[in-house]
Every structure is written in C-alpha cells, then in structure tokens.
Design a protein around this ligand. Structure first.
Ligand SMILES: [Zn+2]
Length: 258
C-alpha cells in the first residue's frame, strides 16, 4: 500500500503537473508547475493545501507557473542548485534527503543530468518524479547536458527497484513506442504496450505513470546492452560501436531524426 496518491494535471500541449498527496491529509506537494492556472483551479476545487514546489529543471514548461503560484501560496521551492529557478528557496545537490513536510515520507534527491546540465529527480516512497530525463518508452533530448551524462543518469534510474513508479513530465508514450517498435520490431512487450497505449490515447487518458519493470522491457534507451538493440543501431551508423555508451549515443541521435 502506497502512502501517497498522485494527481495528474495536464497542462500546455502535452505536459503533466503531478500533485502528491499524503494519505489522511489535504497537504500536497506540486511538481514542476509550468502553468499555474490549471494547478490552482485543481487545488481549489479539491480543497487541497499546497506545502511545497519541487522543480526538476529550468525549462519554461516546468517553471513558468512558479512565480504566479507563489503569489497565491507562499510555499518553499526546491530545485537544482546548478540551474536558475525562479523563486527557488532551497537549491539542492544530489543524494540529499529532504523532510519537506511532516505528513510526507522523506524525499530523496537524485542527480540526473543529461537533458539539462543540472537536472534532478525526486524519489518519494516508490514514486520517481524524473522530469524530462526518462520518459515512458523514451528519454529526454539533450538540451544542455551530454550523452554520457544522460546515459549514466538512466543507468542510475534503472538500478532502482523494478516496482518504482515513473512519473515523467510529458505525454510522449505513443510516439516513443513507434520508435521503440522500429528499433525492436520483434519485441512482443513493445507490441503489447503499443496496443494498450493506443486504446488509452483514444479515450484521451494519460498513459502514465509507468513503472520501471515495464520500461526495462520496452524502453530501447534502457536496453542498449541487448543484442536486438545493438543490431538495429549498427544498421544506422557507419562507425564501429565500441561499448554500451556508444550504442546509447547513436540510438539517441537516431531518435532525434526519427
Ligand atoms: Zn525540459
């Protein structure tokens, strides 16, 4: 039984803001309010009490709602020390354990650079809020970090317990699975997930959260050691692929053009 429930608020084109609620409490932690309007409306409609903002990285679609949100609710803002986050009160570095509020279990901060140079993620109970680092069946593009950083950040995430729930920031699952299918056409788990996700999308439902065990079976970026992925990447590049890192880099570059 999880101690937490997580509310899903779609914002902008295809982003999600996550509201983490402790059991038997109206207190909520808000993750990455890129737009405050739908978040404030949701909080008011459900009589919730925001107690903190957790920010994963500095992109506008994660931070633009912070200042107007703070005008309504004066709460602490946690974010990556290495990035400029509006209104940030607690700059964080990796492996910190936070006590955000008495109603919540402690929050573990993970350093997951790659999409951006200072990107961090938050692990609360068995829920990982990973921003634009790991997506369902995909991963973030490079917008400041390096392939090496992103590869090692994804490795770090893949070592978490397989039951870890993955709350990422975008609804990219369907497009990501189309790429996963191109990389591994005979991966039956990918095919099965594609069907499930297509029916959810048709109903206009979120395909998230994911969980790590499913990502390990269907996300090509976590499968760069598999012969099927290595073989597919080899057909795309002319140079030799020395190691798993090289496979990952070539796979990310392939996805950029896909
Ligand atoms: Zn981003």
């Amino acid at each position: 039984m999880s101690l937490l429930s997580v509310h899903t608020i779609p914002i902008l084109e295809d982003n999600y803001v996550w509201l983490i609620q402790a059991s038997n409490s109206q207190a909520v932690i808000v993750v990455d309010p890129g737009d405050e309007v739908p978040v404030l409306a949701y909080i008011e409609a459900h009589n919730l009490i925001p107690v903190a903002l957790l920010i994963t990285h500095h992109d506008y679609d994660h931070v633009d709602g912070i200042k107007p949100f703070l005008a309504e609710y004066d709460v602490p803002v946690y974010g990556p020390a290495d990035e400029l986050i509006p209104g940030m009160t607690y700059p964080l570095s990796s492996t910190e354990q936070l006590s955000v509020h008495a109603d919540f279990p402690s929050v573990q901060v993970l350093d997951v650079p790659g999409h951006t140079r200072g990107h961090i993620a938050y692990l609360i109970d068995n829920c990982l809020f990973c921003g634009d680092t790991l997506f369902a069946a995909g991963c973030g593009r490079l917008r400041g970090g390096t392939h090496e950083q992103l590869f090692s950040s994804l490795k770090q995430i893949s070592r978490l317990p397989p039951t870890t729930k993955i709350y990422c920031s975008h609804e990219y699952t369907e497009a990501n699975l189309a790429f996963a299918r191109a990389v591994e056409p005979s991966n039956l788990d990918v095919a099965e997930r594609q069907e499930k996700v297509a029916s959810l999308s048709q109903l206009g439902k979120a395909t998230l959260p994911s969980h790590l065990a499913l990502e390990l079976k269907t996300n090509p970026f976590l499968r760069c050691h598999k012969t099927s992925v290595i073989g597919a990447v080899k057909q795309q590049v002319s140079e030799r692929l020395g190691d798993e890192q090289a496979v990952f880099t070539a796979l990310r570059q392939w996805k950029d053009k896909f």
